[in-house]
Design a protein around this ligand. Structure first.
Ligand code: FAD
Length: 396
């Protein structure tokens, strides 16, 4: 799907330039021209008063799917280190490539990162596409999107896998829009349909209550992200041989609208969740980051530590070090108090073996009550202070 300017109707009024949030329209002579920064958001369509901009129909763009070959893994590296999720994806990608009978390729972007290419081969890549440029030294959305999209346009992979890291979550949807395909985020299972060789992308849906298997029948590549820690890492085979394909990177400073001035590593909190005898865990029901202050007070009173659901970590309310569950820590305290946590299967997976589970939730039907030994239906902002008062009275 693409945005087109009808030259005959364009009067050069520049309204579309002002409306475009992506600087994707330029004036050439007195006509608007869409450049490759366009993500087909459609803002210019609404702005144009002369019906001079249209959205090209899907049918006109139907791709010849047979041209698309091979499984690609985006080998995310940061400051010269391959992210563990890339190794996990190579393990998964190997299985997919073997099931289709094609090659597994890694895409490595950066500057002075050639030393990592051999590692990727040893972890299972048959080919490594190596793109190096000073402007790729530090990750930028614009730079990486352009280079990866250009490469996909040229080489036409059948499947592209990325880690659902902060970078992958930023990059994957942008690339998918640029190359005009779909994206299934946060897959927990990837398989090849034995009949038509399409990628079956399974992920939790409707709050984790069902597993949905998603296919991408009409577009290529089939793109998916997978969270770190979900798939098994590929095993390293020293001496494994493969091909390193160095491609030239066409990137200008003007392609990148942001400048990374400095990378400051976040201070990592160490939380001894696994050893704690009491955990007071908070979920989205807290409503705000400050809610954890209340839970800290209760945890202090009980000599425990604070845990968290992933929703609160994703919201930036608390550090990932506190997260309990499938992609967090597995805990087994004597007492686990879940405050404002719904009890999604991925959370339960990390705390169900606690000796005593106490759940506080406004919703009597919340699944957390199914695993709780004691359930309190109520507002945590009333129940937790009441609990603390009661504890004070016991202490007195
Ligand atoms: P919600 O599901 O939004 O629940 C909030 C609850 O708070 C509701 O039940 C509501 O009734 C209650 N509530 C609201 N206000 C109040 C109040 N004032 N007082 C009392 N109760 C209130 N999740 C994890 O936790 N850990 C993981 O490791 C994890 N890994 C995942 C891995 C994968 C691959 C995927 C797909 C998901 C994962 N998740 C994980 C996410 C999980 O599916 C849920 O989205 C998440 O656990 C929901 O967090 P929550 O219970 O805090 O929020």
């Amino acid at each position: 799907m693409a945005i087109l300017v009808l030259e005959d109707q364009c009067i050069g009024c520049r309204l579309c330039l002002k409306a475009c949030p992506f600087d994707a329209i330029e004036m050439v002579g007195k006509k608007a021209v869409i450049n490759d920064k366009c993500v087909a958001c459609g803002a210019c369509l609404d702005a144009c008063k002369f019906d001079a901009i249209i959205r090209e129909e899907w049918e006109k763009e139907k791709k010849d799917l047979a041209q698309y070959k091979n499984v690609w893994v985006f080998a995310e590296q940061r400051q010269g280190k391959i992210m563990p999720v890339a190794i996990e994806l190579l393990g998964e990608g190997r299985k997919l490539a073997d099931a289709i009978g094609v090659s597994l390729c890694a895409v490595l972007l950066g500057n002075h990162v050639e030393g990592l290419a051999l590692d990727l081969i040893q972890y299972g890549a048959d080919k490594v596409y190596l793109g190096q440029h000073p402007l790729l030294e530090k990750y930028t959305t614009d730079g990486y999107t352009k280079v990866l999209s250009d490469l996909i346009h040229k080489e036409k992979p059948e499947i592209v896998l990325m880690g659902a890291t902060h970078i992958g979550r930023d990059l994957a949807p942008r690339v998918a829009a640029r190359v005009d395909t779909g994206l299934t985020a946060d897959c927990t299972k990837l398989e090849i349909d034995p009949e038509d060789k399409k990628l079956l992308q399974t992920r939790p849906a409707f709050g984790g209550n069902i597993m949905a298997t998603i296919i991408c029948p009409n577009h290529r590549p089939q793109m998916a992200t997978v969270r770190p820690g979900v798939m098994d890492k590929a095993k390293k085979a020293e001496g494994r041989k493969g091909e390193i394909i160095t491609f030239s990177v066409a990137l200008e400073k003007s392609d990148i609208r942001t400048e990374v001035v400095e990378i400051v590593k976040a201070h990592k909190t160490k939380v001894a969740l696994e050893e704690a005898e009491v955990i007071v865990a908070g979920g989205r029901g807290l409503g705000k980051a400050e809610g954890f202050v209340l839970l800290e007070k209760l945890a202090d009173k009980l000599g425990g530590v604070v845990g968290a659901s992933r929703a609160t970590v994703d919201a930036g309310w608390i550090d990932h070090a506190h997260q309990v569950g499938q992609t967090g820590k597995t805990v087994k305290p004597k007492i686990y108090i879940a405050c404002g946590i719904s009890g999604a299967i991925q959370h339960i997976a990390g705390m169900q073996n606690s000796d005593i589970i106490i759940a506080i939730n406004k919703n009597a039907g919340a699944p957390i009550f199914q695993v709780a030994d004691y359930g309190i239906v109520g507002d945590l902002y009333e129940v937790v202070p009441a609990l603390m008062d009661a504890l004070d009275r016991v202490d007195d």
